[in-house]
Design a protein around this ligand. Sequence first.
Ligand code: DOR
Length: 444
Amino acid sequence: MKKKYDLLIKNGNLISHNGSTITDIAVNNGQITDLGDLDKRNADSVFNAKGLTVLPGLIDTQVHFREPGFEQAEEIETGTRGAVLGGVTGVFEMPNTKPPTDTIENLRVKIDIAEKKSWCNYAFYIGATTNNIEELHQIEKSPGCCGVKIFMGASTGNLLIPDDSNLEKILSNVSRRVAVHCEDNQRLEERKHLRESDSHNHPIWRDEDTAYIATKRLLDIARKLKKRVHVLHVTTAKEIELLKLYKDIATVEVTPQHLTLSAPSCYDNLGNYAQMNPPIRGEEHKLALIKAVQQGVVDILGSDHAPHTKENKNKAYPHSPSGMPGVQTIVPIMLDHVSKGNLSIFNLVDLMSYSPSKVFGLINKGRVAVGYDADLTIVDLNLKKSIANDWIVSKCGWSQFDNFKVTGWPIATIINGGFVMKEGELLSKPENKQFKFFETMQNN
Ligand code: DOR
Protein backbone atom coordinates (compact mmCIF):
# COMPACT_ATOMS: atom_id res chain seq x y z
CA MET A 1 0.00 0.00 0.00
CA LYS A 2 1.27 3.45 -0.87
CA LYS A 3 2.42 5.29 2.20
CA LYS A 4 1.73 8.88 3.15
CA TYR A 5 5.13 10.25 1.99
CA ASP A 6 7.21 9.32 -1.07
CA LEU A 7 10.38 10.45 0.68
CA LEU A 8 11.25 11.55 4.19
CA ILE A 9 14.49 13.38 4.90
CA LYS A 10 15.11 12.83 8.62
CA ASN A 11 17.01 14.91 11.17
CA GLY A 12 18.86 17.28 8.83
CA ASN A 13 19.75 20.81 9.89
CA LEU A 14 17.51 22.84 7.58
CA ILE A 15 18.70 26.32 6.59
CA SER A 16 15.78 28.27 5.21
CA HIS A 17 13.68 31.42 5.49
CA ASN A 18 12.98 30.88 9.17
CA GLY A 19 16.53 30.21 10.30
CA SER A 20 18.28 27.00 11.16
CA THR A 21 16.22 24.08 12.53
CA ILE A 22 16.65 20.34 12.94
CA THR A 23 13.58 19.06 11.17
CA ASP A 24 12.23 16.31 8.96
CA ILE A 25 11.09 17.13 5.42
CA ALA A 26 8.34 15.14 3.73
CA VAL A 27 8.06 14.97 -0.05
CA ASN A 28 5.14 13.87 -2.20
CA ASN A 29 4.76 14.07 -5.98
CA GLY A 30 7.84 16.28 -6.22
CA GLN A 31 6.71 18.83 -3.66
CA ILE A 32 7.37 19.50 0.00
CA THR A 33 4.25 18.45 1.87
CA ASP A 34 5.19 18.55 5.55
CA LEU A 35 7.90 19.75 7.94
CA GLY A 36 8.41 18.82 11.60
CA ASP A 37 8.94 15.69 13.64
CA LEU A 38 7.52 13.12 11.20
CA ASP A 39 7.02 9.36 11.52
CA LYS A 40 9.28 7.36 9.23
CA ARG A 41 6.79 4.48 9.16
CA ASN A 42 4.69 6.71 6.90
CA ALA A 43 7.40 6.96 4.24
CA ASP A 44 8.23 4.79 1.21
CA SER A 45 11.81 5.91 1.44
CA VAL A 46 13.85 7.55 4.21
CA PHE A 47 17.14 9.47 3.99
CA ASN A 48 18.97 9.98 7.25
CA ALA A 49 20.42 13.51 7.12
CA LYS A 50 21.69 13.53 10.73
CA GLY A 51 24.82 15.68 10.91
CA LEU A 52 24.13 17.11 7.45
CA THR A 53 22.83 20.51 6.39
CA VAL A 54 19.83 20.75 4.09
CA LEU A 55 19.57 23.81 1.81
CA PRO A 56 16.91 24.89 -0.66
CA GLY A 57 18.15 23.84 -4.14
CA LEU A 58 21.15 25.97 -5.15
CA ILE A 59 20.83 27.57 -8.60
CA ASP A 60 23.62 28.74 -10.92
CA THR A 61 22.24 31.65 -12.96
CA GLN A 62 25.21 32.00 -15.32
CA VAL A 63 26.57 29.04 -17.30
CA HIS A 64 27.79 28.63 -20.91
CA PHE A 65 27.16 25.08 -22.12
CA ARG A 66 28.40 25.53 -25.75
CA GLU A 67 25.69 23.40 -27.41
CA PRO A 68 24.99 23.86 -30.26
CA GLY A 69 28.21 24.79 -31.99
CA PHE A 70 31.15 24.11 -29.68
CA GLU A 71 30.33 20.64 -28.35
CA GLN A 72 34.02 19.77 -28.12
CA ALA A 73 34.12 22.07 -25.04
CA GLU A 74 30.73 21.22 -23.46
CA GLU A 75 27.25 19.83 -24.06
CA ILE A 76 24.04 20.39 -22.16
CA GLU A 77 24.29 16.80 -20.87
CA THR A 78 27.88 17.13 -19.56
CA GLY A 79 27.37 20.65 -18.20
CA THR A 80 24.26 19.69 -16.25
CA ARG A 81 25.92 16.46 -15.07
CA GLY A 82 28.66 18.59 -13.53
CA ALA A 83 26.01 20.81 -11.98
CA VAL A 84 24.27 18.00 -10.06
CA LEU A 85 27.56 16.34 -9.03
CA GLY A 86 28.47 19.71 -7.54
CA GLY A 87 25.17 20.17 -5.67
CA VAL A 88 23.49 22.56 -8.15
CA THR A 89 19.79 21.89 -8.82
CA GLY A 90 19.28 24.26 -11.76
CA VAL A 91 21.02 26.47 -14.31
CA PHE A 92 20.34 29.50 -16.54
CA GLU A 93 22.34 29.05 -19.74
CA MET A 94 23.88 31.83 -21.84
CA PRO A 95 23.13 32.58 -25.52
CA ASN A 96 26.64 32.86 -27.06
CA THR A 97 26.47 29.48 -28.80
CA LYS A 98 26.61 28.83 -32.56
CA PRO A 99 24.06 29.75 -33.71
CA PRO A 100 23.40 32.16 -30.86
CA THR A 101 20.12 31.87 -28.95
CA ASP A 102 18.63 34.92 -30.64
CA THR A 103 15.29 33.64 -32.02
CA ILE A 104 12.38 31.54 -30.74
CA GLU A 105 13.53 28.74 -33.07
CA ASN A 106 17.07 28.71 -31.67
CA LEU A 107 15.69 28.80 -28.12
CA ARG A 108 13.50 25.80 -29.03
CA VAL A 109 16.56 23.84 -30.21
CA LYS A 110 18.17 24.18 -26.77
CA ILE A 111 14.95 23.38 -24.91
CA ASP A 112 14.48 20.21 -26.99
CA ILE A 113 18.00 19.03 -26.11
CA ALA A 114 17.57 19.93 -22.42
CA GLU A 115 14.20 18.15 -22.18
CA LYS A 116 15.91 14.90 -23.12
CA LYS A 117 19.40 15.33 -21.72
CA SER A 118 19.48 17.75 -18.80
CA TRP A 119 20.27 16.41 -15.34
CA CYS A 120 18.88 19.51 -13.61
CA ASN A 121 16.34 22.30 -13.91
CA TYR A 122 17.10 24.72 -16.73
CA ALA A 123 16.21 27.93 -18.51
CA PHE A 124 17.93 29.82 -21.32
CA TYR A 125 18.79 33.47 -21.91
CA ILE A 126 17.92 35.08 -25.22
CA GLY A 127 20.80 37.09 -26.69
CA ALA A 128 20.12 40.67 -27.81
CA THR A 129 21.37 41.55 -31.31
CA THR A 130 20.77 44.59 -33.50
CA ASN A 131 18.46 42.36 -35.60
CA ASN A 132 16.07 41.05 -32.93
CA ILE A 133 15.35 44.20 -30.89
CA GLU A 134 11.74 44.43 -32.10
CA GLU A 135 10.97 40.79 -31.26
CA LEU A 136 12.71 40.62 -27.87
CA HIS A 137 9.59 41.50 -25.90
CA GLN A 138 7.85 38.44 -27.37
CA ILE A 139 10.79 36.05 -27.16
CA GLU A 140 11.52 36.95 -23.53
CA LYS A 141 8.02 35.72 -22.63
CA SER A 142 8.59 32.23 -24.06
CA PRO A 143 8.47 29.33 -21.62
CA GLY A 144 12.01 28.22 -20.77
CA CYS A 145 13.45 31.74 -21.20
CA CYS A 146 14.97 33.37 -18.10
CA GLY A 147 15.43 36.78 -19.74
CA VAL A 148 17.54 38.79 -22.18
CA LYS A 149 21.37 38.89 -22.13
CA ILE A 150 23.35 41.83 -23.48
CA PHE A 151 27.10 41.85 -24.17
CA MET A 152 28.24 45.52 -24.06
CA GLY A 153 31.82 44.38 -24.71
CA ALA A 154 32.98 41.67 -27.12
CA SER A 155 33.76 38.33 -25.49
CA THR A 156 33.40 34.70 -26.66
CA GLY A 157 31.02 34.56 -29.66
CA ASN A 158 29.65 37.42 -31.75
CA LEU A 159 26.86 38.89 -29.62
CA LEU A 160 27.51 42.60 -29.11
CA ILE A 161 25.59 45.80 -28.35
CA PRO A 162 28.36 48.40 -28.03
CA ASP A 163 26.34 51.64 -28.28
CA ASP A 164 23.89 53.53 -26.03
CA SER A 165 21.30 53.99 -28.74
CA ASN A 166 20.69 50.23 -29.21
CA LEU A 167 21.03 49.64 -25.47
CA GLU A 168 18.21 52.14 -24.91
CA LYS A 169 16.08 50.53 -27.61
CA ILE A 170 16.52 47.09 -26.06
CA LEU A 171 15.76 48.20 -22.51
CA SER A 172 12.72 50.15 -23.76
CA ASN A 173 11.36 47.10 -25.56
CA VAL A 174 11.62 44.50 -22.82
CA SER A 175 9.87 44.09 -19.51
CA ARG A 176 11.85 41.39 -17.70
CA ARG A 177 15.12 41.93 -15.84
CA VAL A 178 17.98 42.13 -18.36
CA ALA A 179 21.35 40.50 -17.57
CA VAL A 180 24.33 42.49 -18.84
CA HIS A 181 28.05 41.91 -19.42
CA CYS A 182 29.47 45.37 -18.70
CA GLU A 183 32.73 46.15 -20.50
CA ASP A 184 33.00 49.25 -22.70
CA ASN A 185 33.71 48.02 -26.21
CA GLN A 186 35.15 51.27 -27.53
CA ARG A 187 37.74 51.30 -24.75
CA LEU A 188 38.54 47.63 -25.43
CA GLU A 189 39.20 48.47 -29.09
CA GLU A 190 41.33 51.50 -28.22
CA ARG A 191 43.52 49.49 -25.83
CA LYS A 192 44.01 46.35 -27.94
CA HIS A 193 47.72 47.21 -28.39
CA LEU A 194 48.17 46.43 -24.65
CA ARG A 195 47.45 42.72 -25.22
CA GLU A 196 51.10 41.77 -25.28
CA SER A 197 53.18 38.72 -24.38
CA ASP A 198 51.04 36.87 -21.81
CA SER A 199 47.86 36.78 -19.76
CA HIS A 200 49.32 39.05 -17.02
CA ASN A 201 48.33 41.81 -19.47
CA HIS A 202 44.69 40.72 -19.63
CA PRO A 203 43.55 42.92 -16.70
CA ILE A 204 45.69 45.75 -18.08
CA TRP A 205 43.98 45.66 -21.46
CA ARG A 206 40.49 45.11 -19.99
CA ASP A 207 41.15 47.51 -17.12
CA GLU A 208 39.00 48.70 -14.24
CA ASP A 209 37.68 51.70 -16.16
CA THR A 210 36.60 49.42 -19.02
CA ALA A 211 34.20 47.73 -16.59
CA TYR A 212 33.23 50.88 -14.67
CA ILE A 213 32.41 52.99 -17.75
CA ALA A 214 30.06 50.34 -19.15
CA THR A 215 28.37 49.71 -15.79
CA LYS A 216 27.76 53.46 -15.32
CA ARG A 217 26.35 53.81 -18.86
CA LEU A 218 23.99 50.90 -18.26
CA LEU A 219 22.81 52.10 -14.85
CA ASP A 220 22.06 55.61 -16.10
CA ILE A 221 20.02 54.32 -19.02
CA ALA A 222 18.18 51.79 -16.84
CA ARG A 223 17.27 54.43 -14.27
CA LYS A 224 16.11 56.86 -16.96
CA LEU A 225 13.89 54.18 -18.50
CA LYS A 226 12.88 52.68 -15.13
CA LYS A 227 14.02 49.21 -16.15
CA ARG A 228 15.49 46.38 -14.05
CA VAL A 229 19.01 45.20 -14.88
CA HIS A 230 21.25 42.46 -13.50
CA VAL A 231 24.95 43.36 -13.68
CA LEU A 232 26.86 40.15 -14.30
CA HIS A 233 30.29 39.25 -12.86
CA VAL A 234 31.16 42.55 -11.19
CA THR A 235 34.93 42.77 -10.64
CA THR A 236 35.95 46.18 -9.27
CA ALA A 237 35.75 48.02 -5.96
CA LYS A 238 34.64 51.15 -7.85
CA GLU A 239 31.66 49.41 -9.48
CA ILE A 240 30.57 48.15 -6.05
CA GLU A 241 30.57 51.73 -4.70
CA LEU A 242 28.46 52.77 -7.69
CA LEU A 243 26.07 49.83 -7.53
CA LYS A 244 25.24 50.64 -3.89
CA LEU A 245 23.52 53.76 -5.27
CA TYR A 246 21.37 51.85 -7.76
CA LYS A 247 19.74 49.12 -5.68
CA ASP A 248 16.31 50.32 -6.90
CA ILE A 249 16.97 49.08 -10.46
CA ALA A 250 20.10 46.95 -10.41
CA THR A 251 20.99 43.56 -8.97
CA VAL A 252 24.59 42.39 -8.75
CA GLU A 253 26.32 39.11 -9.51
CA VAL A 254 29.84 38.06 -8.53
CA THR A 255 31.62 34.80 -9.34
CA PRO A 256 33.57 32.41 -7.08
CA GLN A 257 36.65 33.01 -9.27
CA HIS A 258 36.68 36.74 -8.48
CA LEU A 259 36.14 36.00 -4.77
CA THR A 260 38.90 33.37 -4.61
CA LEU A 261 41.68 34.16 -7.10
CA SER A 262 43.64 37.38 -7.52
CA ALA A 263 46.30 38.90 -9.75
CA PRO A 264 49.20 38.53 -10.23
CA SER A 265 49.39 35.09 -8.54
CA CYS A 266 46.54 33.60 -10.62
CA TYR A 267 48.38 34.44 -13.86
CA ASP A 268 51.73 33.26 -12.37
CA ASN A 269 50.14 29.92 -11.45
CA LEU A 270 47.53 29.33 -14.13
CA GLY A 271 48.55 31.48 -17.13
CA ASN A 272 45.81 31.57 -19.78
CA TYR A 273 43.69 29.21 -17.66
CA ALA A 274 43.01 32.24 -15.40
CA GLN A 275 42.03 34.40 -18.38
CA MET A 276 38.39 35.45 -18.32
CA ASN A 277 36.21 38.48 -19.10
CA PRO A 278 35.99 40.64 -17.12
CA PRO A 279 39.39 39.67 -15.75
CA ILE A 280 40.58 38.48 -12.36
CA ARG A 281 42.10 41.60 -10.75
CA GLY A 282 44.27 42.51 -7.76
CA GLU A 283 43.72 41.44 -4.15
CA GLU A 284 42.09 44.79 -3.19
CA HIS A 285 39.23 44.08 -5.62
CA LYS A 286 38.80 40.54 -4.30
CA LEU A 287 38.51 41.89 -0.74
CA ALA A 288 36.03 44.58 -1.85
CA LEU A 289 33.86 41.89 -3.48
CA ILE A 290 33.93 39.73 -0.32
CA LYS A 291 32.85 42.78 1.71
CA ALA A 292 30.07 43.46 -0.82
CA VAL A 293 28.85 39.89 -0.33
CA GLN A 294 28.89 40.34 3.46
CA GLN A 295 27.06 43.66 3.26
CA GLY A 296 24.35 42.46 0.88
CA VAL A 297 25.34 44.63 -2.10
CA VAL A 298 25.78 41.39 -4.03
CA ASP A 299 22.47 39.68 -4.83
CA ILE A 300 23.56 36.54 -6.65
CA LEU A 301 26.53 34.21 -7.04
CA GLY A 302 26.92 32.75 -10.54
CA SER A 303 29.77 30.55 -11.74
CA ASP A 304 30.09 31.98 -15.27
CA HIS A 305 30.95 28.38 -16.21
CA ALA A 306 32.73 29.04 -19.54
CA PRO A 307 34.72 25.94 -20.54
CA HIS A 308 37.29 25.98 -23.35
CA THR A 309 39.37 23.04 -24.57
CA LYS A 310 42.97 22.76 -23.37
CA GLU A 311 44.03 22.96 -27.01
CA ASN A 312 42.49 26.43 -27.29
CA LYS A 313 43.61 27.60 -23.84
CA ASN A 314 47.19 26.58 -24.71
CA LYS A 315 47.30 29.00 -27.66
CA ALA A 316 49.62 31.95 -27.14
CA TYR A 317 47.90 34.92 -25.45
CA PRO A 318 45.89 36.84 -26.76
CA HIS A 319 44.78 34.05 -29.14
CA SER A 320 43.68 31.96 -26.15
CA PRO A 321 39.93 32.24 -25.40
CA SER A 322 38.59 33.78 -22.18
CA GLY A 323 36.64 31.77 -19.63
CA MET A 324 36.92 28.97 -17.13
CA PRO A 325 34.56 26.23 -15.94
CA GLY A 326 32.79 26.49 -12.58
CA VAL A 327 29.33 24.93 -12.36
CA GLN A 328 30.67 21.81 -10.59
CA THR A 329 32.90 23.74 -8.17
CA ILE A 330 30.73 26.73 -7.19
CA VAL A 331 29.18 24.94 -4.19
CA PRO A 332 32.38 23.44 -2.68
CA ILE A 333 34.31 26.68 -3.26
CA MET A 334 31.57 28.77 -1.65
CA LEU A 335 31.16 26.30 1.26
CA ASP A 336 34.88 26.75 1.84
CA HIS A 337 34.31 30.53 1.98
CA VAL A 338 31.60 29.78 4.57
CA SER A 339 34.07 27.71 6.61
CA LYS A 340 36.57 30.58 6.45
CA GLY A 341 33.94 33.01 7.76
CA ASN A 342 33.76 35.10 4.57
CA LEU A 343 29.98 34.62 4.48
CA SER A 344 27.42 32.66 6.46
CA ILE A 345 25.51 29.63 5.25
CA PHE A 346 22.40 31.89 5.37
CA ASN A 347 24.14 34.32 2.97
CA LEU A 348 24.89 31.43 0.65
CA VAL A 349 21.27 30.27 0.59
CA ASP A 350 20.17 33.84 -0.13
CA LEU A 351 22.73 34.30 -2.93
CA MET A 352 22.14 30.97 -4.70
CA SER A 353 18.52 30.07 -4.02
CA TYR A 354 16.17 32.69 -2.55
CA SER A 355 17.60 35.67 -4.41
CA PRO A 356 17.80 34.01 -7.87
CA SER A 357 14.20 32.96 -7.43
CA LYS A 358 13.12 36.48 -6.41
CA VAL A 359 15.23 38.42 -8.92
CA PHE A 360 14.13 36.30 -11.91
CA GLY A 361 10.62 35.49 -10.68
CA LEU A 362 10.87 31.72 -10.41
CA ILE A 363 7.71 29.83 -9.49
CA ASN A 364 7.87 27.46 -6.48
CA LYS A 365 11.64 27.70 -5.91
CA GLY A 366 13.98 29.34 -3.39
CA ARG A 367 12.43 28.14 -0.12
CA VAL A 368 12.04 24.92 1.75
CA ALA A 369 8.38 25.36 2.56
CA VAL A 370 5.19 23.36 2.22
CA GLY A 371 3.84 23.72 -1.33
CA TYR A 372 7.24 24.48 -2.87
CA ASP A 373 9.11 22.14 -5.23
CA ALA A 374 11.30 19.61 -3.43
CA ASP A 375 14.64 20.86 -4.80
CA LEU A 376 17.27 20.40 -2.11
CA THR A 377 21.05 20.57 -1.85
CA ILE A 378 22.32 18.49 1.07
CA VAL A 379 25.83 19.34 2.23
CA ASP A 380 28.37 18.33 4.85
CA LEU A 381 29.77 21.61 6.19
CA ASN A 382 32.72 19.86 7.85
CA LEU A 383 33.86 17.42 5.19
CA LYS A 384 37.39 18.24 3.98
CA LYS A 385 38.19 17.29 0.39
CA SER A 386 40.41 18.27 -2.49
CA ILE A 387 38.97 19.39 -5.82
CA ALA A 388 40.73 17.38 -8.54
CA ASN A 389 40.60 17.52 -12.33
CA ASP A 390 39.63 13.84 -12.47
CA TRP A 391 36.38 14.68 -10.62
CA ILE A 392 35.46 17.32 -13.23
CA VAL A 393 33.03 15.96 -15.85
CA SER A 394 33.05 19.06 -18.07
CA LYS A 395 34.27 18.17 -21.55
CA CYS A 396 37.05 20.73 -21.11
CA GLY A 397 38.60 18.34 -18.54
CA TRP A 398 40.16 20.93 -16.22
CA SER A 399 39.39 23.28 -13.37
CA GLN A 400 41.22 26.35 -12.15
CA PHE A 401 40.57 24.93 -8.68
CA ASP A 402 42.45 21.64 -9.27
CA ASN A 403 44.19 20.69 -6.00
CA PHE A 404 42.25 23.26 -3.95
CA LYS A 405 41.58 21.91 -0.47
CA VAL A 406 38.11 22.83 0.74
CA THR A 407 36.02 22.38 3.87
CA GLY A 408 32.39 21.68 2.93
CA TRP A 409 31.10 19.35 0.21
CA PRO A 410 27.76 18.52 -1.51
CA ILE A 411 26.43 15.13 -0.41
CA ALA A 412 23.13 14.95 -2.33
CA THR A 413 21.21 16.81 -5.02
CA ILE A 414 17.44 16.34 -4.95
CA ILE A 415 15.31 17.73 -7.79
CA ASN A 416 11.52 17.54 -7.85
CA GLY A 417 11.64 15.08 -4.97
CA GLY A 418 14.07 12.63 -6.55
CA PHE A 419 17.74 11.99 -5.77
CA VAL A 420 19.79 12.92 -8.83
CA MET A 421 23.11 12.69 -6.96
CA LYS A 422 23.74 10.85 -3.69
CA GLU A 423 27.23 10.61 -2.12
CA GLY A 424 28.88 11.41 -5.44
CA GLU A 425 26.88 8.84 -7.45
CA LEU A 426 24.57 9.89 -10.26
CA LEU A 427 21.09 8.42 -10.04
CA SER A 428 18.21 9.16 -12.40
CA LYS A 429 17.38 12.31 -14.37
CA PRO A 430 14.42 14.27 -13.03
CA GLU A 431 11.10 14.84 -14.83
CA ASN A 432 9.64 18.34 -15.45
CA LYS A 433 12.95 20.15 -15.34
CA GLN A 434 12.09 23.38 -17.13
CA PHE A 435 12.04 26.34 -14.74
CA LYS A 436 8.75 28.26 -14.69
CA PHE A 437 8.63 32.04 -14.26
CA PHE A 438 5.81 34.33 -13.17
CA GLU A 439 6.45 36.52 -16.20
CA THR A 440 6.01 33.68 -18.71
CA MET A 441 3.12 32.08 -16.83
CA GLN A 442 0.51 32.95 -19.47
CA ASN A 443 2.53 31.07 -22.09
CA ASN A 444 3.52 28.05 -19.95
O1 DOR B 1 35.43 34.92 -19.87
C1 DOR B 1 34.33 34.83 -20.42
N1 DOR B 1 33.99 33.75 -21.13
N2 DOR B 1 33.46 35.84 -20.32
C2 DOR B 1 32.35 35.90 -21.08
O2 DOR B 1 31.66 36.87 -21.02
C3 DOR B 1 32.03 34.81 -22.01
C4 DOR B 1 32.66 33.56 -21.58
C5 DOR B 1 32.60 32.50 -22.64
O3 DOR B 1 31.51 32.23 -23.14
O4 DOR B 1 33.64 31.94 -22.98
